[in-house]
Design a protein around this ligand. Structure first.
Ligand code: C5P
Length: 234
C-alpha cells in the first residue's frame, strides 16, 4: 500500500516543456515529455496531497487523476502561475523543462521567407523560475516553511561530474532538494525509465533506483515527506 504521508499537504508541481513563441504559428521548444512531473503529481495525490499541476507541452504523460491541471505555454506564463500559486503551497516541485531563452520579440504575423534568406532570431534570457521562487521565499512572499524542490538534468555519469554539478546547482539555486538526473545516451528525456540522486541542502545524498518514472516519483516523495513540515493547514 502507498504511504498516506502527504495527507492535506498542498503540492504544486510544474511539468513538461515550455514553448517560446516566434510568431503566431511557430515556437522554440524542447523534448520534455512531462512524464516525470506527471508521475510526481499523480503519486502525491495518491499519498493524500492536494495537487496542482502546471503543465507545459507534453507527450503522452498519462491522465493525472485527482489533480488540478493548469496549462501554460511559455516560461513567462509558467513563472506567473508558479509565483501566484506557490504562496499557498507546502511543497513546490519544479520538474518543468524551462527554455533558458525566448525570442526577444514575437512577430504579429507569420514570418515570411525573404529574398535576403532567413532572418536571424534574437534571444532574450528567460527568468530562472526556481531561483525566483527561492528569492520570493527569502523575501517573505512565499512562506518560509514551503519546501522548494528542483531538478537538474546533467550529462555524464557518477564519476563524470554529474554529482558535482548537482551539488553546485543546489547551492546556486538555493532550493531545499535537488533531483539530479543523468541524461544523454537516451537517458531520461522522453524515455520511460529514469535514475539519479536526491541531494538535500543539508548535505544528504540518496541514490535513486533505476526504474520507471512512477518508481522515481515515489522515491522522491519519500524524501519530500521526510522533510515536509508537519501540522500546517490540512
Ligand atoms: O539551470 P538548470 O536549467 O539546469 O536548472 C534546472 C532546474 O531549474 C529545474 O528544476 C528547472 O525546472 C528549473 N529552471 C527554472 N527556470 C529556468 C531554467 C530552469 O525554473 N529558466
Amino acid at each position: 500500500a502507498l504511504p498516506y504521508d502527504l495527507a492535506g499537504r498542498r503540492v504544486l508541481v510544474s511539468a513538461g516543456g515550455t514553448r517560446e513563441p516566434l510568431d503566431p504559428v511557430r515556437y522554440l521548444g524542447n523534448h520534455s515529455s512531462g512524464k516525470q512531473g506527471y508521475a510526481l503529481a499523480r503519486a502525491a495525490a495518491q499519498r493524500g496531497a492536494h495537487v496542482t499541476l502546471v503543465a507545459g507541452a507534453t507527450s503522452n504523460p498519462g491522465e493525472p487523476a485527482a489533480v488540478d491541471v493548469v496549462h501554460i505555454d511559455s516560461a513567462v506564463e509558467l513563472e506567473r502561475e508558479m509565483q501566484a500559486r506557490a504562496v499557498d503551497a507546502d511543497v513546490v516541485i519544479m520538474a518543468a523543462a524551462v527554455a533558458d531563452f525566448r525570442p526577444i520579440s514575437v512577430a504579429g504575423s507569420k514570418i515570411k521567407k525573404g529574398a535576403d534568406g532567413p532572418a536571424p532570431i534574437t534571444l532574450a534570457e528567460n527568468p530562472d523560475i526556481l531561483a525566483g521562487l527561492v528569492r520570493a521565499r527569502n523575501d517573505g512572499v512565499i512562506p518560509a516553511a514551503t519546501l522548494i524542490v528542483g531538478f537538474a538534468a546533467e550529462t555524464g555519469d557518477e564519476n563524470g561530474g554529474v554529482l558535482d554539478h548537482g551539488r553546485a546547482k543546489l547551492r546556486r539555486k538555493g532550493c531545499d532538494l535537488l533531483i539530479v538526473n543523468a541524461v544523454g545516451d537516451g537517458k531520461a528525456f522522453g524515455t520511460e525509465d529514469n535514475t539519479g540522486w536526491v541531494l538535500t541542502a543539508d548535505g544528504r545524498e540518496t541514490a535513486l533506483p533505476f526504474g520507471s518514472k512512477t518508481l522515481m516519483a515515489s522515491r522522491i516523495l519519500d524524501e519530500v515527506a521526510a522533510v515536509v513540515p508537519n501540522g500546517g493547514r490540512a
